[in-house]
Design a protein around this ligand. Structure first.
Ligand SMILES: NCc1[nH]cc(CCC(=O)O)c1CC(=O)O
Length: 308
């Protein structure tokens, strides 16, 4: 086993990002018996962290959260990047690859409200806050009468805005709430059959320099193979459909025995139309499964379905 004197963990500075970096750090400490001094955290501010006034889909999308970490990795300022897999673009810069994923957390979304039990219980014309096109479109699909407003900021900020009555309800990933110890706020957990998560939701991806065999080896014991298969299918699915980050897309794969099952969904932003796909296949063909599911959906889409 390679034994670097230090393995620098790059992370964003948000509370959720730091929680994920700490989880990575403690898994490495346990796996190798290393001290935390050998696994320093290096918080890095990203462009995405500084944009608060617009939807990120307008400002340039997912890469805004990862570019600075990619550059730090390539410059050798950090040895690994810890990311929410959900926020990682399908295409990473040359020289950066995903080494793998930590065991996946809860993939589901949570409905959170002070006064109402679930989406169906919200009053006519009620206000739901979410910055996610996927959540906005699925809410509109279920309840065309609701008003959906942009609710940005980190998880704690959004919960505070809900508390102050800015919106009747919001949706957040269970994974983030669990990692932050905030599950007390959850009103109802939404089943994946009713509300499909984002590709990668609940998974932590670790990026490395492509040629860094030693670091890759050090990560081996903490990476989770089943999560890797599911994410290979989901990310291949997203890659086929990823013409625009303004298209609401959802996708979730899970292992059933040695089979992988993938559900995918694309919607019009106003929720007026949705197309879904369900595929099963061998784990070994995870990426092909995802690609075929994406191509299937693409073939069924009416012209103009994918936002430009
Ligand atoms: N885009 C923000 C983001 N990125 C990852 C998570 C939560 C953790 C996860 O989904 O893995 C969140 C917050 C949320 O969607 O509630």
């Amino acid at each position: 086993m390679p034994d670097p004197s230090r393995l620098i963990i790059g992370t964003r500075g948000s509370p959720l990002a730091l929680a994920q970096a700490h989880e990575t750090q403690s898994r490495l400490m346990i796996a190798h018996g290393w001290s935390d001094e050998r696994l320093p955290l290096e918080p890095i501010k990203t462009t995405g962290d500084t944009i608060q006034d617009r939807a990120l889909s307008e400002a340039g999308g997912k890469g805004l959260f990862t570019k600075e970490l990619d550059l730090a990795l390539l410059a050798g300022a950090i040895d690994i990047g810890v990311h929410s897999a959900k926020d990682l673009p399908t295409k990473l810069p040359d020289g950066v690859v995903i080494a793998g994923y930590l065991p996946r957390e809860d993939v589901r979304d949570a409905f959170i409200s002070r006064d109402f039990k679930n989406i169906g219980d919200l009053p006519q014309g009620g206000i739901v806050g979410s910055a996610s096109l996927r959540r906005q479109a699925q809410i509109r699909r279920l309840r065309p009468d609701l008003q959906v407003t942009l609710l940005r900021g980190n998880v704690q900020t959004r919960l505070a805005k809900l508390e102050h009555g800015e919106v009747h309800a919001t949706l957040l990933a269970m994974a983030g709430l669990r990692r932050l110890g905030l599950t007390d706020h959850v009103t109802t957990i939404l089943d994946t059959d009713d509300f499909l998560p984002a590709v990668g939701q609940g998974a932590i991806a670790i990026t490395i320099r492509t040629d860094d065999a030693d670091i890759r080896k050090s990560l081996g014991p903490i990476l989770d193979a089943p999560t890797g298969y599911a994410l290979a299918a989901e990310r291949a699915f997203l890659t086929v459909l990823d013409g625009s980050c303004r298209t609401p897309i959802a996708g979730h794969a899970r292992l059933i025995g040695d089979q992988l099952e993938l559900r995918g969904l694309v919607l019009r932003p106003d929720g007026s139309e949705a197309l879904d796909v369900l595929r099963r296949g061998a784990v070994a063909d995870a990426a092909a499964l995802g690609r075929e599911a994406g191509l299937d959906l693409r073939g069924r889409m009416p012209a103009g379905f994918l936002a430009p």
